[in-house]
Unconditional design. Sequence first.
Length: 177
Amino acid sequence: MNGPEVEIELEIEALERLSTALLRQRWRDRFGTEPPKISPSLLRLALAYDIQERLLGGLTPPMKRELRRIAELSRRRRPRAMQLHEMEKPGVAKGEPPRRRPHPLSSGTWLLREWNGMIEIVDVLPNGFGWRGRTFRSLSAVAFAITGTNWSGMKFFGLEEHRRHHQPTPAGPRSLE
């Protein structure tokens, strides 16, 4: 190796030794903004990508066009599962309000979550959520598909604060008898 490859390797290795506070400062220095609220490992990946892009060049114009085309297709695509979901259900009066309130997220938003070393990306659709080519009615269903356990989707993706359920402790020592 020589040239930019050596410099890239050295800069990326240096990222591994930085504390979270220093990673966040590096982001501020480089981009002039507050870093996103993501894990240190994801922050390292983003900074490593920036180093590579700066030294080797970014995406080529044809690749950027292709990515824009794919993004536009994903926004226009209406998966079959969603079409079935939108059909009238037997026994539900036409014009009846939906039973659950719609999520507060804007269509086209991407949600990112690191889980078991993988970056999971969810696309907010007009009437659901897309993940790995599948469409889900709720963010909690996506969280279940990712983890295999029940989660509040909003909590799993960091959109709602975790609250500890505090139970008062008894007012005195407990008898073991």
